[in-house]
Design a protein around this ligand. Structure first.
Ligand code: ADP
Ligand code: MG
Length: 697
């Protein structure tokens, strides 16, 4: 009786309690898990190079001797850079780590050790070096062939490549053939994919040919495994989307009364983008099932009025509407706008937020429940359990990325199936939107209202600060206002706060007699509101801030946005911040101050900001540079942790997997057909996610 896929790893030949404890740290508990421990790269022994031949951009592998082994403290921060300098007969090169792979990783290396280094050569501030390479001692490693491709795994303390390869090899030999197929024959055929067990084995045993295909994860086997990761995600999204169509919603009748009156009062004409978005929303509202629509539109494109006009139709039909914003400031801003627009038309408005006194809040909730209040605007407080509606017909969520998927689900439980409109100013690239919001319909508002004066953006070095603040003074002299932003990074929060505080003090001195105010996350909400209020009224000329002004604040008189340490921000975030200016009739400026000499990459990155104001282009660049996890912010991303798939690199496969998944759900939603039996079994036997398929059986 050999090992099975669910046999604990401890029973693999050569793996005892000690090694299995180490494997557990990598979340590898069973034999089957070992097969899914995919190589993170492939090393080409034949491409071994001499150090003098290394050029930026190459993926290389070479042997050498360690010359220097040290860590370097970064300025006065607690950050350290770890460095190994490796030499061979032709030259030397520095390998650098900005974080330690694991505790004591560097203990194994001492000057004089023979090592093999594998990694990508970089040009960093004009110097050729390698960041985060795989390095390992070559002593005693001589039996390994010096030709062909070798799989490289991410290591853990006590588990070196050789040991990992041996364990994986044993498992493939004993259990590789036991893996059951999860995808139906027709999908394999239509999408030209090899069988699962074959792919699972082959990715661990690279061939001799097509080196780059392997190194870029482009072999049929990689394609197959990546396809499958996407497929199951898309199957869930497809399922959720298709079942939403079956839900019974509140079907509106086409009445134009209220909307017509609002339009008549507007001092502007809607843009084409706003009109077509509104037409899509109206179309949804007239259908018998609930709308789930995401509106993507750059900062300032005018999403608010679109949501108000959508609300008008629902109100006209006698239903309640809730509009939810991520912060008190924003909610209040929306409330004031709504009052201007709706109050004189006889609509009863309410405001609900965590900041209200319990008595007021209770009164408000009562009026919402009785239906006396028709349009309620607020923060998260709106979706608390103690709030109930009489007949909630539409929920609008502004700035979705602050809410996350969970709250969406919470909202769904608010009785009936209200229509849902989600608005985001983070222009999410299409591919990412497809995977994260794949169960939503998407409308895009591309253009900004006419007459907006483009914002001039400049990247300047720290040493030009004097000129920057002369410029700020000049603008204030002309009656304008300015923001100065400091990044607040959590790990060094205290120090950054100190920086912002110092800077505010220094600015106060420099910009006398103008007034400088400082807002940051540690202030009480009340203090924050009061400062923002004073800035809005023009009593404060310069608002120094950590990133709290990021979302939605509207001060049209502010024309300068200065961002310190701009290199620490993501591009999408910089774009959001820049959107705080350029809102009025005056020419606006965004000045990005870079803290230290930037790498070529860093310069290129920031210069995108100078070149374009197109949020979608910026988002695409950002996604490419930082990857999806960081781009979305890991906490709110709702992205599944992929093992092999990469949303940037594997866009094409994502589209294919989506196509396959939708085909399955549209033709066989309950997986009843014989041709989809493999899918059903994979779910029933717990080999693949069951989440939304509870009723299958
Ligand atoms: P966002 O999409 O960032 O939420 P807002 O809805 O806050 O943008 O709109 C930004 C500003 O543009 C507001 O002052 C709004 O009144 C104005 N606005 C909206 N639509 C138009 C339009 N079609 N023409 C001119 N100004 C508009
Ligand atoms: Mg907005």
């Amino acid at each position: 009786m050999g090992i099975q896929l669910d046999t604990p790893v401890q029973f693999i030949k050569g793996v005892g309690p000690k090694i299995s404890a180490l494997l557990a740290r990598k979340d590898i508990h069973k034999v089957g898990d070992v097969l899914q421990w995919f190589p993170r790269s492939y090393e080409d022994r034949r491409a071994a190079k001499q150090i003098s031949d290394l050029r930026p951009g190459q993926l290389v592998s070479f042997v050498g001797e360690i010359l220097i082994c040290r860590d370097i403290q970064m300025g006065r921060t607690r950050r350290r850079i770890y460095e190994l300098v490796v030499k061979d007969a032709t030259g030397r090169i520095a390998c650098k780590w900005f974080r330690v792979p694991f505790k004591d990783y560097f203990k194994a290396f001492t000057p004089g050790s023979q090592v093999r280094v594998t990694g990508e050569v970089k040009n960093y501030r004009g110097v050729t070096e390698i960041h985060h390479p795989e390095v390992r001692l070559t002593e005693g490693d001589s039996e390994e062939v010096e030709s062909g491709l070798l799989p490289i795994y991410s290591e853990t303390e006590g588990l070196n490549q050789k040991l990992i390869r041996r364990i994986v090899g044993t498992v493939i030999g004993d259990a590789g053939g036991l893996v059951e197929e999860t995808l139906p024959e027709w999908i394999l055929k239509d999408f030209d994919l090899p069988p699962l067990n074959e792919s699972l084995m082959k990715v661990h045993q690279p061939g001799e040919e097509d080196v780059t295909t392997w190194q870029q994860f482009r072999t049929p086997h990689h394609r197959r495994l990546i396809f499958e990761e996407f497929f199951w995600m898309e199957l869930l999204l497809a399922r959720s989307k298709v079942s939403a169509i079956k839900e019974k919603g509140f079907q509106m009748k086409p009445v134009a009364g209220l909307a017509q009156k609002i339009r008549a009062d507007l001092p502007f004409k809607l843009t084409d983008g706003q009109e077509s978005c509104l037409a899509e929303i109206t179309g949804d509202l007239l259908k018998p099932h609930p709308m789930h629509r995401l509106v993507q539109g750059d900062v300032g494109c005018g999403k608010t009025i679109v949501s108000f006009l959508s609300a008008a139709l629902v109100l006209d039909n006698g239903f309640q509407v809730a509009i939810m914003a991520p912060t008190e400031i924003l909610a209040e801003q929306h409330f004031k706008k709504a009052q201007e627009i709706f109050s004189h038309l006889g609509i009863k408005l309410g405001f609900l937020s965590g900041g209200l006194k319990e008595k007021e809040s209770q009164k408000m909730r009562d009026e919402v429940e009785s239906g006396n209040i028709q349009l309620v605007i607020g923060t998260h407080a709106l979706i608390q359990e103690n709030v109930s509606f009489k007949n909630l017909g539409l929920v609008v969520i502004d700035e979705q990325h602050r809410f996350g998927v969970k709250q969406r689900a919470q909202l769904k439980q608010k009785g009936g199936h209200p229509h849902m409109l989600i608005m985001t100013a983070t222009p999410i690239p299409r591919t990412l939107a497809m995977s994260v919001y794949g169960d939503l319909d998407v409308s895009v508002i591309k253009e900004l209202p006419q007459g907006r004066i483009p914002i001039t953006t400049r990247v300047v070095h720290d040493n030009k600060k004097k000129q920057v603040f002369d410029f700020v003074r000049d603008q204030i002299g002309k009656g304008r206002q300015a923001y100065v932003i400091y990044p607040l990074v959590e790990e060094t929060e205290k120090m950054d706060l100190q920086n912002a505080t110092d800077a505010a003090a220094q600015l106060t001195e420099e910009l006398k007699p103008y007034t400088v105010g400082l807002v940051h996350g540690r202030l009480k909400p009340q203090e924050k509101e009061e400062l923002m209020g004073r800035f809005k009224r023009g009593e404060i000329h310069v608002l120094v801030s950590t990133t709290v002004v990021e979302v939605g604040v509207d001060v049209p008189n502010a024309t300068v946005m200065v961002i310190e340490h701009a290199e620490r921000f993501g591009l999408a975030q910089l774009h959001q911040l820049r959107g705080r200016v350029g809102r009025g009739s005056h020419k606006s400026y965004c000045i990005l101050i870079s803290g230290y000499a930037l790498s070529d990459e860093g310069k290129k990155r920031l210069s995108v900001m100078e070149q374009t104001q197109d949020g979608f282009r910026i988002a695409e660049e950002d996604l490419l540079i930082r990857g999806p996890g960081e781009f979305m912010g890991t906490r709110q991303s709702g992205l599944p942790g992929f093992r092999l798939a990469n949303l940037v690199r594997d866009v094409e496969l994502l589209a294919l997997a989506r196509k396959a998944a939708f085909k399955v759900i549209e033709t066989d939603p309950e997986l009843k057909k014989a041709e989809n039996l493999k899918l059903k079994n994979a779910i029933l036997q717990g080999r693949r996610p069951a989440l939304l398929f509870a009723q299958i059986g």
